[in-house]
Design a protein around this ligand. Structure first.
Ligand code: NAP
Length: 525
């Protein structure tokens, strides 16, 4: 059944005029059209005013504790509708059931984590930042800092790969900070996001104006943002550069956060033995990241560095595991990897593999050609955006190779040798020029310390896989609400989440100076 996707603005569900600027959403396994969307003719100016005035005022009247209760209700509502959301993610995102759970449970989990932070912050609506300091000669004149919610709206623009988590992880932090949200998912996979917002509105969970939703393009919205507004973007570096350069964004100093491309690396230490727990952890992480969500994860391992002496062994282990991955209809239980999300994605991934193999790498398994998916039926032959998990090897890596500069956003990774020293491994990792996450697998303390210190300025997060944590390690591709997410350079230069740290982006830190007792009255401590 064809769905007409709607936006939720000024407290009602609306759709743009006719088919102007309309886009179609498809099932990437069958290429069937599932929904149409258009925002043409929508009055974004009044939607912005409504969100700022009504939503902002309501949220600022609430304390952190009561905003936390709001997030808890949102989390529970998503969880209560988990099965229907999973069904939609399978149809519109090409997700397997397990991929869909990763997205949807990530959404409810992040909202719940920020609900807990709301409880911890309690019945106040300002956050004291550090101790007060004596400024005058006597013990009266003091200075102190505090955070207050910004007086605008947070515009959230998300990538296609996590329609549920992307919406929730940004909204959780903004709403807890006291800032109303206008959320825009990527159009191609917007069905899950629209369904979540319908759950919120049907259950009347969110104060009027505090959460708006755009299905489709943003029209003239970004050109009307002011210095109190906020833009948080996740997507490609090309789009990020164009949005960042927008006139209103630059002129009005709109606070902007960007999460973009990232060539995440995994380094196997020279001390790790074949068949050890750490080796198994490393292989599991690489194979999971190549195939989970069909490799369309911003945190997925793209570059795999292995001591030269272990190169063949590691290639053998990874390719053996990849050969067992069944690619096909993601609705089937016997399929481990679905299609990529769109025709454009398939084209980009194929071209990325061809570019890598033309310039510096060879194919170990997989390849750039589209394949028919298992279980799609004879009638679907030639349909669906399926591609095999593809392992490449680049035997003499250099910093200028496309492996170090071009993100292939699909089930593709490249194994490369290094000479076993932390200095050589660090030089290769740093060639990615800024990433979301790097993972290092070793028990050698000296190797770990020197490598981590050398690559840390280039990353938002580093995970260490060692024997003591091998049985309970959290995969590097999993973004946790308590840890910061973001990275410098190519990764966009942004920072999200990180527990309370994430709130600062949506709040104004202000220094106040005056009589000590009055400072205590204003900031509560
Ligand atoms: P994209 O093409 O850049 O699109 C991202 C978002 O920007 C979509 O919602 C898109 O909307 C919107 N957009 C595009 N042009 C716009 C414009 N002129 N004005 C306003 N909005 C605009 O990226 P994608 O293909 O969805 O995502 C893949 C990329 O995202 C990869 O490079 C990946 O590395 C990156 N990513 C990064 C992270 C992270 O956390 N660092 C997470 C996930 C993905 P439409 O869909 O309507 O065009």
């Amino acid at each position: 059944m064809m769905i007409e996707l709607h936006s939720y603005l000024k407290g009602e569900w609306v759709r743009g005029r006719g088919d102007v600027h309309a886009a179609a959403l498809v099932n990437p396994a069958s290429e069937d059209v599932l929904a149409n969307v258009s925002t043409d003719g929508i009055d974004f100016k009044s939607a912005l005013t409504y969100a700022r005035d009504r939503g902002g005022a309501s949220l600022r009247r609430m304390t952190f504790a009561s905003r936390g209760e709001l997030l808890r209700a949102m989390s529970r509502a998503i969880h209560a509708h988990r099965d229907e959301l999973i069904t939609t993610a399978i149809a519109n995102g090409g997700n397997t059931r397990s991929d869909a759970k990763f997205d949807i449970d990530g959404a409810s989990g992040t909202l719940a984590a920020y609900a807990d932070i709301g409880v911890e912050l309690g019945d106040t609506n300002v956050i004291a930042d550090g101790e007060s300091v004596q400024l005058g000669r006597g013990a009266r004149l003091f200075g102190a800092h505090m955070f207050v919610p910004r007086d605008g709206v947070a515009v959230h623009i998300n990538a296609f790969n996590f329609p549920a988590w992307g919406l929730a992880e940004k909204a959780a932090v903004a709403l807890l900070a006291g800032v109303p949200v206008i959320s825009k998912p990527a159009t191609s996979t917007a069905l899950v996001a629209e369904q979540i917002v319908r759950i919120f509105t049907n259950e009347k969970l969110i104060p009027d104006g505090a959460f708006s939703f755009i299905a489709g393009g943003t029209g003239d919205l970004l050109g009307m943002l002011t210095g109190q507004d906020i833009l948080a973007f996740t997507g490609s570096s090309t789009t990020a550069a164009s949005l960042r350069g927008g006139k209103a964004i630059l002129t009005n100093s709109v606070r902007t956060n960007v999460e973009a491309d990232s060539l995440n690396s995994a380094v196997l230490g020279p001390d790790v033995e074949a068949g050890s727990d750490v080796m198994n952890l490393f292989i599991n992480d690489v194979v999971r990241d190549m195939t989970q969500k069909t490799g369309q994860k911003c945190t997925a391992i793209r570059r795999v560095y292995v001591p030269s002496a272990m190169l063949d062994d590691v290639i053998g282990r990874i390719s053996e595991r990849l050969a067992a991955i069944r690619v096909g209809d993601p609705a089937r239980d016997d399929v481990a990897m679905g299609p990529v999300a769109t025709a454009q994605q398939l084209k980009d991934v194929s071209e990325g593999i061809v570019r890598a193999t033309t310039e510096c790498a060879t194919v170990v398994c997989g390849g750039p050609k589209r394949i028919d998916g298992i279980g799609c039926g004879a009638a679907a032959s030639g349909k669906g955006y399926f591609i095999e998990p593809t392992l490449l090897v680049n035997k003499s890596p250099s910093a200028t190779d496309p492996i170090h500069t071009h993100e292939v956003f699909g089930p593709v990774a490249t194994v490369m040798p290094y000479d076993g020293s932390s200095a050589h491994a660090a030089a290769l990792v740093r060639a990615g020029d800024g990433g979301l996450v790097a993972s290092v697998y070793s028990d050698d303390k000296e190797f770990l310390k020197s490598l981590i210190v050398a690559v840390a300025p280039y990353h938002g997060r580093i995970t260490i896989g060692s024997s003591k944590v091998a049985s309970q390690a959290i995969p590097p591709g999993t973004v946790l609400p308590s840890m910061v997410h973001g990275g410098p350079g190519r990764a966009g230069g942004g920072e999200e989440l990180g527990g309370r740290r994430g709130l600062a982006f949506y709040m104004q830190r202000v220094a106040i100076q005056g009589d000590r007792a009055l400072l205590v009255t204003v900031r509560g401590g």
